[in-house]
Each structure stands twice: as C-alpha cells, then as structure tokens.
Design a protein around this ligand. Structure first.
Ligand SMILES: NC(=O)c1ccc[n+]([C@@H]2O[C@H](COP(=O)([O-])OP(=O)(O)OC[C@H]3O[C@@H](n4cnc5c(N)ncnc54)[C@H](OP(=O)(O)O)[C@@H]3O)[C@@H](O)[C@H]2O)c1
Length: 209
C-alpha cells in the first residue's frame, strides 16, 4: 500500500522504515523538503519518496499523523483527506507527564474535529518508538498487542492489516472516544520507561480464555 507520513521523526521514521521493509511504499508528506527530519529520513532510507502534504495524501491509501500534538491543528486543518484513513500517532502530553487536554477529551477526537474529511484511527501511541521500529519478540509465541480506537470499522480493518505486517496483534477497543484511555496508557508506559527505568522494548500482550 502507499502510506503517507506527516511527520517523519522518531515515530514516523520507525513506522515508515518498518513498513517499507514489509513491502509498503512510503511517501513523506512534507511542508519543507529541507527540514532536518525529512533530509535525515531520506538519507537513512533512500526508498522513501517525498511530496508536499496535500499531494502526498492524494497519492496515498493511508495517512499517518506523527507530528507533535501541539502543531496538529495547524497542520491538518486545511487538508482534504478525501475520506482516507488517518492514523493519529500523536499524544497530547502535559506538564509532569499528565494528559495534555486535562483528560476531558482525547487528542484523537480533536484531530478528527480538525480533519473532518478523514476517518481517524488512534494507533501506535501506547509504546515508545522503540517498539515501532521492531515489534518482533522471537522468544515468545504470543505477539505484542496494539490497541486501536476509531469510529469507522473499515478504517480500523486497514490499520489492523498494517499491525499484522508490523508484527502486532490488534485489539480494537471501540469508538474513537476510547482513545482517551489509550492516551492514558501512553502516559503509563512513558512514566514506566522514561522515568522509572523499565525496558523500552517491553510491550503489553492480550490473553483471553
Ligand atoms: N517518541 C515516542 O516514543 C513516541 C511514541 C508514540 C507516540 N509519540 C507521539 O508521536 C508524535 C511524534 O513524536 P516524535 O517523537 O516522532 O517527534 P519528533 O521526533 O520530534 O518528530 C516530529 C516530526 O513532526 C514534524 N513536524 C514538527 N512540526 C511540524 C509542522 N508544523 N508541520 C509539519 N511537520 C512538523 C517534524 O519535522 P521537522 O524536522 O520539520 O521538525 C518531525 O518530522 C508526538 O505527538 C508524540 O507525542 C511519540
């Protein structure tokens, strides 16, 4: 599939590079071809192409939003997503690793509000980028789980397919408002790893009986 990335920093590059190695075509959706992350990403993986953001959206099947949350509104508000799946990888993080929107509403719902022509799915936020660049755990028979949320089942099925390609099992947590709880899971993971010293390659798993 053709995948456009708005934001190709730690998270964007980790996902794009992993998915390119799994056979997907990556288009960096940029507003400055000379920006540090765009130049670096193309040096590290010359198979990536690059187009201005709107052109990249039109040329792609699925779009990833992997910018800082604070710039997301400005970046997406004038774009036409043409009904495509927009994967919200952003996290609104506030002072002291708190929820940046005071836990009143998820960042993903705000992204959906700002990009009315997109079908937003929250994914790839509950771990650090380390688990996005490589999600294989060869010593285990069980796969790491990726929790997702969104209002559109077709869009979620497309994200589930990407999860499979990356090596994740998908757990659909329900409608987009569930993203608020996923964003709290992010804060939990970040606090555990970045502050309390847990290993950055630890993930959650889904067991059921
Ligand atoms: N780091 C993690 O482990 C992690 C894990 C899960 C989710 N997240 C979330 O994922 C998002 C990205 O995090 P990151 O760590 O990848 O950040 P990062 O390394 O700083 O990368 C941010 C990317 O966004 C681009 N960007 C910044 N402002 C922009 C604008 N106004 N217009 C277009 N592009 C812009 C940057 O491009 P330039 O080179 O031009 O600045 C860069 O490509 C954040 O919302 C973060 O909370 C992070």
């Amino acid at each position: 599939m053709k995948l456009a990335f708005i934001g190709i920093g730690k998270v964007g590059f980790a996902l794009a590079n992993n998915l390119q190695q799994k056979g997907h075509e990556i288009i960096i959706a940029h507003n400055d071809i000379q920006s540090e992350s765009v130049v670096k990403a193309r040096e590290k993986n010359p198979a990536f192409s690059a187009l201005p953001i709107q052109e990249a959206i039109t040329a792609s099947d699925i779009v990833f939003l992997a910018t800082p949350f604070k710039v997301a509104e400005t970046v997406v508000q004038s774009l036409d997503f043409e009904g495509k799946t927009l994967i919200d990888c952003t996290n609104p993080v506030g002072l002291g690793i708190s929820h940046g929107l005071e836990s009143k509403i998820s960042g993903a719902e705000k992204v959906q509000e700002w990009s009315t022509t997109a079908r937003v799915v929250k994914a790839y936020t509950i771990y650090g980028f380390e688990n996005l660049e490589n999600a294989s755990f060869p010593n285990y028979t069980i796969k790491p789980v990726m929790l997702i949320a969104g209002n559109d089942n077709v869009a979620k099925a497309r994200v589930a397919k990407l999860n499979t390609d990356l090596g994740f099992e998908t757990l659909d947590t329900g409608e987009l408002s569930q993203a608020l709880h996923l964003e709290h899971m992010t804060l939990l993971w970040v606090k555990m790893v970045r502050v309390n010293g847990h290993h950055p390659h630890f993930t959650w798993a889904y067991l059921e009986r």
